[in-house]
Design a protein around this ligand. Structure first.
Ligand code: ATP
Ligand code: MG
Length: 440
């Protein structure tokens, strides 16, 4: 199997070797190349330590000296060059040099997480595949290098990574590896929320976000995302609009929205409050009144708990809050909705509504879709006409009111809101004279 290394990667390897340090492309870039995909980045592993790497290349950045990583800069591109992951037992000088280097590369690969991530490549020596990575890649299998329980005990994050890679690649987790996850799952409580979040988001924006199901089956979600287990276990009985549990519907909705973190998180969480507001009517049908409000509050808490950035927390909780909002389809009502929800959440809100609808049963889908389309058309007309939708576009400002003799304070804000309401109703009124004329 031949991989064409980018010229700069081959150059880095050659430079290191001319200085006496064997080097290989390694990990994700080898995996992606063998899959016929273009790697996002190329990592290089070498016997050189960080000081030695820095001695070979004129331009470097100390990215992770503690982990042996130096970033090498070449004409605006950057490459991570990392010292072999070894414990130092081969550095006693007693081994013949060549053997030491082979052993060191093997030691490095042995410390990597999965067989498909544990291959190295060299333009002259070819593929180094000591753990059957290529076979697992062909067969679509995520398998730990070595004993899975030991590997998960060494680093619990690998359990989340196993599920994430299976979602990214559409691979199955090998049974012994999967069983080891269920066995070791408690150890994930030691991992920082930030690292957990990163893996969750990668899983969600992958081609197979429904692998969330595996988090449930293995007990990972019971520990880290207990609200997801509750959703998976909440039926929507006898409700014509639904053919899944709350969790099943949410995962279907996740699949129906584009793979952006905030959108996928919104669909995952849009009904998270449903289990808390279920009521059953006389005919035995389930209802979930008030669920968007409860879901929005819960989404905010959940995302904060996962240490997501503020913008994601605000955006997702706002989209969750309004996902079921259905204004009457008149221009004025739609303008009021845009003002209420916030212009920046459009047109995302339409994507959310469509995905929610697509994740439901066929019943009533056509009508809902027609509603969304009409809503969107009105929205687009309003935007095309550049109509005033917020205080910043109002023809009257606080300064105008003060100039008229109004005292700074609460009254100014209330007056502006009143004028904005008039303009949302009648956009043609957005002229200073006309608006000021409306005031007593
Ligand atoms: P991507 O960059 O798309 O997430 P990747 O395979 O490059 O995929 P990285 O997290 O960038 O993943 O890690 C690079 C390589 O380092 C992996 O391919 C793997 O060989 C190794 N690796 C990363 N994290 C671990 C870990 N927790 N335990 C063992 N090896 C790891
Ligand atoms: Mg990578």
């Amino acid at each position: 199997m031949k991989i064409t290394l980018p010229k700069k990667v081959a150059f880095i390897i050659e430079q290191l070797e001319q200085n006496g340090f064997p080097a290989y492309a390694v990990g994700g870039c080898v995996r992606d190349s063998l899959l016929g995909q273009t790697p996002a980045d190329w990592d290089i592993t070498t016997s050189a330590n960080p000081q030695e790497i820095k001695g070979v290349f004129p331009r470097t950045v100390d990215t992770g000296i503690a982990h042996g990583t130096v970033t090498v800069l070449l004409e605006g591109e950057s490459f991570e060059v990392t010292t072999y992951r070894i414990d130092g037992q081969y550095e006693d000088g007693r081994h013949p040099k060549a053997v030491v280097f082979v052993d060191q590369l093997a030691e490095d690969l042995r410390r990597r997480d999965f067989t498909i991530n544990a291959m190295a490549y060299h333009m002259h020596h070819g593929l180094v595949d000591l753990f059957g990575g290529r076979k697992d890649l062909t067969e679509g299998i995520i398998r730990c290098v070595g004993n899975p329980k030991e590997r998960f005990t060494e680093d619990a994050l690998r359990m989340m990574r196993a599920v994430r890679f299976s979602a990214q690649l559409g691979f199955v987790i090998e049974p012994e590896t999967k069983a080891a996850i269920s066995h070791c799952v408690e150890q994930l409580s030691k991992i920082s929320k930030e690292r957990i979040s990163t893996e969750l988001v990668k899983l969600l924006i992958s081609p197979h976000p429904e692998e969330m199901q595996t988090l449930y089956e293995t007990g990972i979600s019971k520990l880290l995302f207990p609200w997801f287990d509750v959703m998976m276990e909440t039926e929507q009985r006898n409700n014509r609009y639904h053919c899944y549990t709350v969790g099943g519907h949410s995962l279907a909705a996740v699949k129906h929205i584009s793979a952006k973190p905030h959108l996928r998180l919104t669909m995952l969480l849009h009904d998270v409050g449903k289990p808390n507001c279920r009521t059953v009517d006389n005919e035995g049908r389930d209802h979930f009144r008030g669920h968007p409000e409860i879901s929005a509050v819960m989404a905010k808490e959940i995302l904060r708990g996962l240490k997501m950035d503020n913008d994601t927390v605000d955006t997702v909780s706002t989209l969750v809050l309004w996902h079921d909002d259905e204004p009457p389809l008149t221009p004025a009502a739609v303008r009021r909705a845009i003002h209420r929800i916030g212009e920046r959440h459009f047109p995302d809100l339409f994507l959310v509504k469509r995905a929610d609808n697509a994740g439901k049963s066929d019943y009533g889908q056509k009508e809902k879709l027609a509603y969304i389309e009409n809503y969107e058309r009105l929205y687009e007309e309003i935007i095309a006409k550049n109509q005033c939708l917020n205080l910043k576009d109002l023809a009257v400002s606080g300064a105008d009111l003060i100039a008229m003799g109004m005292k700074p304070g609460k009254e100014i804000g209330e007056t502006l809101e009143y004028l904005l309401e008039q303009v949302l109703e009648h956009p043609e009124e957005n002229e200073k004279e006309r608006l000021l004329g409306m005031l007593p």
